[in-house]
Design a protein around this ligand. Structure first.
Ligand code: URA
Length: 433
C-alpha cells in the first residue's frame, strides 16, 4: 500500500477502506508517513468528505493509537458529558453533582481553556487546594465512594488526534465535519464511559456558528458513537450569548454554586437539567423524560446535588470554606463598568468576542503556555431581550488592571441594540439520538 494512492483515491472522491485508514494512521504515528502527505490527505478529506463508515474507521484508529481508560472497576453504568465549547459554560459543575446525586457514577476527564473558551480544569483550580491530578486508583476510588470525580486528562489518550490536530491547525483543515467529529469522539471513547451525552453548541460563541452545521456535526458524532458501540445522544444548545451571567474562572464556579444552592439562573439551570436528564435516561435511572426532569429539579432544590459538589471539593483537597462563603474565592482589584451608549433592547451578542475580552483580562489563554488569572472575568448585567437606557451598565469587568479601555471597547461592541424587542431566545434546539 502506498500513501500517494490513498491521497489520490480520496482526492477523486472515493471512500477509503478500513485497511487504508489503518495504514495511514499507523504509518503517521510511526513517522513512516511525512506531514506533507498527511496534509494533502486532510485537504482531500476537507473537500471530498467521508462516509459514515470511513469516519468510524478513522475514529477507531485514532482511539487505538493510545491508551483506553479502563473504568470497569467503577460500579454501574458510566455516562460522560462533553461540550463542544462555549463562553460561560459551567454546566459540568451542576450536571456532574446532579447526575451523581441521582446515583450515576461520573468519572470525568476535562480539559483546559484556549482562546475564547474556558476550561473546566482551570475553573476548578480557582478553588484553593483543589487537585486536578489524581492517581488512577484515587480517581476510581473517589467515583466509587462519591459517584463523582473530575480530573485533567491523564495517560496517552488519542495521541494521533494531537498530531493530526496540530497539522490541521496550520493547514486550514480544522473546519471539516468528519475530522472534527472523529477528533472529539476519539477522545471521548478513549476516556472509557459506556454512554456519552454531547452538548453541541450553536451560535456566535460556538465552534459551529450555524444551526445546520451544528446539526451535521451532532449527527456525525452520534453515528460514530453507535458504530463504535457507545450509546451517544447530542443536545444542540444555544451559544448566541454566554451561558449565565459570569465568565471567567472563580466567578463561574461561584455562579454554578449559586445554582446548586437554588438560585434561578434560568438558561444555565435549564441546560444543566436537560443534559443531566439524558444522562440519567441512558443509564436507565428514570422511566421517561418528564420523570427525569422533575426528579432532577428536586435534587437541586433539596440540596442533594450541592452536597455531591461539596463531596467532590473535599475529596480532591479543595478548601470547602470557599464554597460555604463564596467571597473567599479569588477576586479582582478593580470593577470597571461597561456602559451602553444607546437605549433599546439587546438584540444580539457576539459571545465569542465576550470570551476574547475575558481572555484579555487574563481569565483565558491566547497561547497554550499562558498563565491564567483565576480572579478576573466578566459579570454580565444585561443579556438578549433586556431593555437598556443610555448609560446603563451592560457588564462589569473584574480586572486586575485599572486601564482596560481596549477591553471595554470589545465588550461594548459585542452588544447589538435595537429599538424593537427580539423574539425569545431558545436554549435547546434539538436532541439527536
Ligand atoms: N475540538 C476538538 O477536539 N477537535 C476538533 O477537531 C475541533 C474541536
Amino acid at each position: 500500500m502506498r500513501m500517494v494512492d490513498i491521497i489520490a483515491k480520496k482526492r477523486n472522491g472515493e471512500a477509503l477502506t478500513e485497511q487504508e485508514i489503518t495504514f495511514f494512521i499507523g504509518g503517521y504515528m510511526k513517522e513512516n508517513i511525512p506531514d506533507y502527505q498527511v496534509s494533502a490527505l486532510m485537504m482531500a478529506i476537507y473537500y471530498q468528505g467521508m462516509t459514515q463508515e470511513e469516519t468510524a474507521y478513522l475514529t477507531k484508529n485514532i482511539v487505538a493509537s493510545g491508551d483506553i481508560i479502563d473504568l470497569s472497576p467503577i460500579e454501574g453504568h458510566k455516562v460522560d458529558k462533553h461540550s463542544t465549547g462555549g463562553v460561560g459554560d459551567k454546566t459540568t459543575f451542576i450536571v456532574g453533582p446532579l447526575v451523581a446525586a441521582a446515583g450515576i457514577p461520573v468519572a470525568k476527564m476535562s480539559g483546559r481553556g484556549l482562546g475564547h473558551t474556558g476550561g473546566t480544569i482551570d475553573k476548578l483550580e480557582s478553588i484553593p487546594g483543589f487537585k486536578v491530578e489524581l492517581t488512577n486508583q484515587q480517581f476510581i476510588d473517589n467515583v466509587n465512594k462519591y459517584k463523582l470525580s473530575v480530573v485533567g486528562q491523564t495517560g496517552n489518550l488519542a495521541p494521533a488526534d494531537k498530531k493530526l490536530y496540530a497539522l490541521r491547525d496550520v493547514t486550514a483543515t480544522v473546519d471539516s465535519i468528519p475530522l472534527i467529529a472523529s477528533s472529539i469522539m476519539s477522545k471521548k471513547i478513549a476516556s472509557g464511559a459506556d454512554s456519552i451525552v454531547l452538548d453541541v453548541k450553536t451560535g456566535s460563541g460556538a465552534f459551529m456558528k450555524s444551526f445546520e452545521d451544528s446539526k451535521r456535526l451532532a449527527k456525525e458524532m452520534v453515528t460514530i458513537g453507535k458504530q463504535l458501540d457507545r450509546q451517544t445522544i447530542a443536545v444542540i444548545s444555544d451559544m448566541n450569548q454566554p451561558l449565565g451571567y459570569e465568565i471567567g474562572n472563580a466567578n463561574e464556579v461561584k455562579e454554578a454554586v449559586e445554582v446548586l444552592q437554588g438560585k434561578r439562573v434560568e438558561d444555565l439551570r435549564e441546560l444543566a437539567i436537560e443534559l443531566a436528564a439524558h444522562m440519567t435516561l441512558v443509564a436507565g435511572v428514570y422511566q421517561d423524560y418528564t420523570e427525569a426532569t422533575q426528579s432532577l429539579e428536586k435534587l437541586i432544590d433539596n440540596g442533594e446535588a450541592f452536597h455531591c459538589f461539596k463531596n467532590l471539593i473535599k475529596a480532591q483537597g479543595g478548601d470547602i470554606a470557599v464554597v460555604e462563603d463564596l467571597s473567599k474565592l479569588p477576586g479582582s482589584s478593580y470593577k470597571v463598568e461597561v456602559k451602553s451608549v444607546q437605549k433599546g433592547y439587546i438584540h444580539e451578542m457576539e459571545a465569542d468576542e465576550i470570551g476574547v475580552a475575558a481572555m484579555h483580562l487574563g481569565a483565558g489563554r491566547a497561547t497554550k503556555d499562558d498563565e491564567i488569572n483565576h480572579g478576573v472575568g466578566i459579570t454580565l448585567q444585561k443579556k438578549i431581550g433586556d431593555y437598556v437606557e443610555q448609560g446603563d451598565t451592560l457588564a462589569i469587568l473584574n480586572s486586575d488592571e485599572e486601564n482596560v479601555e481596549h477591553i471595554i471597547h470589545i465588550v461594548k461592541n459585542a452588544y447589538g441594540i435595537k429599538s424593537e424587542k427580539p423574539n425569545n431566545q431558545k436554549m435547546i434546539y434539538e436532541v439527536i439520538k
